[in-house]
Design a protein. Structure first.
Lengths: 511, 324
């Protein structure tokens, strides 16, 4: 089998939604047995190309060829029959079923439609290829996002697809898990599987992929072999101008004498945290450093009144809190931008305007009646402030790109400046342009005297954007660090050493 | 190569999308318009102010329930107890009108309905049970209460101070129709111009997001059920005052008619989107079909059949819109 055999050919494809053209004259050849990256800012159209190949969208113009055959009226079902499987950015699993049932959904071992034993042994064979270490009998609803993503990947592998489209496969995986995924990709590739890899993580692309197509504004800019590419060369093509990957300058940290806006002393919660002691001062950016599952999100939720405290003291803005509710927390000026913006953040059935207003309706209303003109002005100001595209006050946020959805969500809390801002993975799944804007926003907030708690799986991001950081593992804070002196390598070393101590106290595993 | 082909296909597809969106958006109004025109040609008795006002007057109680039910459904809930609350309010108002005071009876109906709706809401949010199950159960309880109040008997209520609500006219327009319009305007205002309305949309559209925005989602849900119960109570009082008779079995099946009207109007059963005018249009559409059958003297068997088919078509259209 030669490397130049074309597995999927997209030729002259165009696609519009409600009069907006999102793809224009897309032509890409994906060769058999290669890992082909699609990169571009959010809204550049790379996910849409994936969805056309996976059968989720039909092209308005142009043709799609799978292994030399031109296909028309291509549904996800047809795609699967032809060996094309897609792993979505928004995962598509049945939460009430087990891992095993999800992996073999639609292709259970059966005799004339009656389920028979055999799935478990198939799962074990599959696990030898994937090495994910998932419990086949765990309910998907009980899994974290990262684990759900693994289930989704196993499902595609189980279907023995020739072409696997992965849309942001590593966005919720830790570095270690991402490495394992890349090992799996290498194994699949050696079997002749074609991988279409849509991602924002340029490091992963540079280390894993063979070829790369750069897209911008719904068009292909160029397709090249990955050899010879650098992060900078890809970013330049994506943005269409030379730019630098940089971190914004942090405002000076507040003095130690400044009383904290929020302080927790030896707090334990119903969500499994214990021994949490932390403080956040006005104007300070505090990072939570830890692996996925270390309990970072839970700390944010506890500060926001979303999870109950079992014991310990929580002082918010000078008052000791007992049984704080989210409603009270918001009234006291606490804001939380959650991890999963589509599930927990935005009301997708509504437009930008009500979404931005949702957390501060009292400020634009009198006796419960909303002042629409003030509301429009306020929303327009935020659209301007963040550079939200499309810039319509009543834009359909459900169809926005990830970066712009995130900006709408940030607007909700920025529109009335909070006192304590908790950001959970604020730049996950957004493009480079939006990411830089979000970073600037974090710094702006701190400069204006807001206390910021930053949670991110990207260690580089937390460390570079925070004044101070707390290191977390297994639901506990085990150390504090000055982020201006901490390096990613050191942070990782600390975290893994801590984990090793807890799990194998005698073996003392070193990293 | 596709130079000549491209512009025509593009223009055509854009137009179809626009037409399709318009039809889905205003489907109810289009069908109502078509029925109005068709029935005007079919019978000269149809397009008279008298007949049209009659249709409105007869549909007023159902339309009032549908208006408030819209808020429940937008908020992601479901209320199967409106018919039973209608019954409780009917007999309570009837009893109060005779034994205590007719004006108190008129006020008491909606208030009792509001409280029963509040009980629904508190059970739903307190125990975290789906509103469908809770209201199915409470509807049996409430119907039982209605029967207990009268001991199963009918209460004749022939008091002018009470029956004006359902029978009097101001000029040509029935009082009940005016009550309907005021109530409809009130619900529309609540939904579209108040913080409460915003919260209802948010709770139905994404409850988790609403909660994480500091909205007391349980309170909002309870309030929607209060409104729906209150509306059922008001509708019950109007109905008793109109027929001068309170009966415990009044309003049986009304909850389903109201739900059908809301869905027919195009409010999403999934919550998060919809409008009050849509539900009133749904009620009117069902009423027009009934009126048309009367005027044309067609076998009434076809009435339910036609109504059912139209509901199926409307729901299918709405579903095809959300799939796109």
């Amino acid at each position: 089998m030669t490397a130049s055999e074309v597995a999927v050919r997209v030729k002259g494809v165009a696609k519009s939604f409600g009069g907006t053209r999102i793809l224009n004259d897309i032509t890409i050849d994906f060769y058999k047995g290669t890992v082909h990256a699609l990169v571009g800012e959010n809204g550049a159209g790379k996910s849409s190309v994936g969805k056309i190949i996976g059968g989720y969208y039909s092209a308005d113009e142009g043709t799609l060829e799978i292994e030399g055959d031109t296909v028309t009226r291509f549904s996800p079902r047809d795609a699967l029959k032809r060996g094309v499987a897609m792993i979505h950015q928004e995962l598509q699993l049945v939460p009430e079923l087990t891992v095993l049932q999800n992996v073999f959904l639609g292709q259970e071992t059966n005799r004339a439609g009656v389920l028979v034993k055999g799935d478990l042994s198939r799962f074990k064979t599959l696990e030898q290829t994937c090495e994910f270490g998932l419990d086949p009998n765990a309910k998907v609803a009980s899994l974290r996002i990262a684990e759900r993503q693994k289930v989704e990947i196993m499902r595609a592998v189980a279907r023995e697809a020739n072409v696997i489209i992965m849309d942001e496969p590593t966005s919720s995986l830790t570095e270690d898990e991402a490495d394992r995924l890349h090992g799996l990709i290498a194994r699949l590739k050696s079997r002749g599987t074609t991988i279409i890899y849509v991602s924002h993580f340029l490091d992963h692309i540079l280390s894993t992929c063979d070829r790369v197509t750069v897209m911008r504004d719904g068009e292909v800019i160029r397709t090249d072999a990955i050899a010879g590419e650098t992060k900078q060369s890809l970013v330049d093509s994506m943005l269409g101008k030379a730019s630098e990957i940089s971190w914004p300058q942090l405002p000076p940290a507040p003095a130690d004498s400044v009383p904290p806006i929020a302080e927790m002393r030896e707090v334990a919660t119903t969500s499994g945290l214990s021994n949490i002691s932390l403080s956040i001062r006005p104007g300070e950016i505090v990072g939570l450093i830890g692996l996925v599952g270390a309990g970072r999100t839970e700390v944010g939720r506890a500060l926001f009144g979303a999870d109950r405290l079992l014991w310990g003291t929580y002082v918010l803005d000078g008052d000791v809190q007992k049984n704080l509710t989210i409603h009270q927390a918001v009234k006291k000026g606490v804001a939380l931008v959650p991890e999963d913006r589509r599930k927990e953040g935005l009301v997708l059935s509504q437009t930008t305007r009500p979404n931005v207003s949702l957390a501060s309706l009292e400020q634009i209303s009198r006796m419960g009646v909303v002042n629409r003109r003030r509301e429009r002005d306020r929303v327009a100001k935020m659209i301007d402030h963040f550079g939200i595209v499309p810039g319509k006050v009543d834009g359909e946020v459900a169809f926005y790109s990830g970066g712009n959805q995130q900006k709408v969500l940030l607007s909700k809390w920025a529109v009335e400046r909070p006192k304590l801002l908790i950001l959970d993975e604020p730049s996950r799944g957004v493009d480079i342009g939006a990411r830089q804007r979000i970073h600037e926003f974090i710094v702006e907030m701190a400069a204006a005297g807001v206390g910021v708690l930053l949670i991110s799986s990207e260690l580089e991001e937390v460390i570079n954007l925070s004044h101070r950081g707390y290191l977390m593992s297994e639901g506990q804070i085990f150390a504090q660090a000055d982020c201006r002196e901490l390096t990613v390598q050191d942070a990782l070393k600390h975290i893994f050493r801590q984990q090793g101590q807890e799990k194998h106290p005698k073996e003392g595993i070193a990293v | 190569m596709s130079e000549t082909h491209l512009p025509t296909s593009k223009r055509r597809s854009v137009n179809w999308i626009a037409v399709g969106d318009f039809a889905r958006q205003y489907g109810v109004l289009i069908i109502i318009g078509a029925l109005l025109i068709g029935l005007s040609f079919a019978s000269e008795n149809f397009l008279t102010a008298r007949n049209l006002l009659n249709i409105l007057n007869q549909s007023a109680p159902l339309a009032i329930i549908a208006c408030a039910l819209t808020l429940v459904i937008i908020g992601g809930g479901f209320d199967l107890s409106t018919g039973a609350i209608f019954g409780v309010a009917s007999v309570s108002a009837g009893w109060l009108a005779i034994n205590v005071d007719p004006y108190l009876a008129i006020v008491a109906g909606p208030v009792i309905g509001l409280m029963l709706g509040g009980i629904n809401g508190m059970i739903i949010t307190g125990f975290g049970v789906h509103s469908f199950l809770v209201t199915l159960a409470t509807s049996l309880v409430y119907r039982g209460i209605a029967i207990l109040i009268t001991g199963g008997a009918l209460i004749p209520v022939r008091i002018p101070e009470f029956s004006w609500l359902g029978r009097e006219r101001i000029g040509m327009v029935n009082v009940a129709v005016i009550v309907l319009f005021v109530f409809m305007a009130l619900m529309t205002f609540l939904l579209n111009h108040t913080t409460f309305g915003r919260k209802v949309f948010a709770v139905g559209g994404n409850e988790e997001a609403a909660l994480l925005s500091g909205i007391r989602t349980k309170l909002i849900k309870i309030m929607t059920f209060c409104l729906s119960g209150g509306a059922a109570g008001l509708a019950g009082v109007i109905s008793v005052s109109r027929i001068s008779m309170a009966e415990p079995q009044a309003g049986v099946g009304m909850e389903l008619e109201a739900i059908a009207a809301v869905i027919l109007g195009g409010t999403s059963i999934m919550g998060g989107s919809g409008a009050v005018w849509r539900s009133v249009s749904g009620v009117l559409l069902i009423a027009l079909i009934g009126n048309g059958f009367n005027i044309l003297n067609v076998n009434p068997f076809f009435k339910d059949l036609t109504t059912g088919v139209i509901i199926v078509i409307a729901v299918a259209l709405a579903a095809s819109a959300s799939r796109r």
